[in-house]
Design a protein around this ligand. Structure first.
Ligand code: KIV
Length: 276
């Protein structure tokens, strides 16, 4: 039985911290699920950390569904959230509902996430009304990177801070079950967390959020080109992987790999007969 949105909401009431990680493939989802992480986000960060795009903007529904299916297959207990890509929930209500439904019906996710506050609150309400749980996402919203002018901290002016609080309240009123707060000053994230009854999940938003989300490649140290300030590397998979690949290269070249242990025998008489 998978974790439910009610259990996630209850965690806030009980003061239990909520851990969420991204995953994009079957083996990683298995590890995260077996570790007991209650929420897995198939983030559109997929585009940047797995597919090599410069931003999340080129990510398509088909790419998201493909990776969400793999994560769903790799998990048994975690609640899987599919991230709705750029412009898949803006053009029309019909579009938003159809795309949200594809995550649930075709990919097997239990919820969707979309970026934006008051401006998308009506869409959130409509998706929730169809029985699809929605996670909000405010603060730094990477799909609006061209509008924001860079990956900068958000909510620093009195107006921006007030707007962010209003966005969080609008999402709560629209029926979102949780809200991601990305790259927000920690004291502002703490205030928003106190003002809404649904869990806030921070990324670069300080320790007082109800939970934390990280990109799995960042915490494992397998993303070598860029390490965000908000990420802590709990491992350095990049160096482990590059040492292993170099050793393999060397052993293939020198004939040390494969050994008998990695090879398969055949009855000698068969070979003798073939050899004449
Ligand atoms: O796409 C993503 O991985 C995200 C998280 C960073 C919250 O939106």
């Amino acid at each position: 039985m998978r974790v439910t949105i009610n259990q996630i909401k209850e965690m806030k009431q009980k003061g239990e911290k909520i851990a969420m990680l991204t995953a994009y493939d079957y083996p990683t989802a298995r590890i995260i699920d077996e570790a007991g992480i209650p929420l897995i986000l198939v983030g559109d960060s997929l585009g940047m950390v797995v597919l090599g795009y410069e931003s999340t903007i080129p990510v398509t529904m088909e790419e998201m569904l493909h990776h969400t299916r793999a994560v769903v297959r790799g998990s048994k207990r975690s609640l899987v959230v599919g991230d709705m890509p750029f412009m898949t929930y803006h053009v029309s209500t019909e579009d938003a509902l159809r795309n949200a439904a594809r995550f649930i019906q075709e990919a097997g996710a239990q919820a969707v996430k979309l970026e934006g506050g008051a401006t998308v609150a009506e869409r959130v309400r409509q998706i929730v009304a169809c029985g699809i749980p929605v996670m909000g996402h405010i603060g730094l919203t990477p799909q609006s990177i061209n509008q924001l002018g860079g990956y900068k901290i958000q909510g620093k002016t009195p107006e921006a801070a007030a707007r962010m609080l209003a966005d969080a309240v609008a999402l709560e009123e629209a029926g979102a079950f949780a809200i991601v707060l990305e790259t927000v000053p920690a004291p502002l994230a703490a205030l928003i967390t106190r003002k809404v009854s649904i869990p806030t999940i921070g990324i670069g938003a300080g320790v007082d959020c109800d939970g934390q989300v990280q990109v799995v490649n960042d915490i494992l140290g397998s993303r070598t080109d860029f390490v965000p300030k908000h990420a802590k590397q709990y491992a350095r998979l990049d160096s482990i992987m590059s040492t292993a690949v170099s050793e393999y290269l060397n052993e293939v070249k020198t004939g040390k790999f494969p050994t008998a242990a990695q090879s398969f025998p055949i009855d000698k008489s068969i070979l003798a007969e073939l050899d004449g």
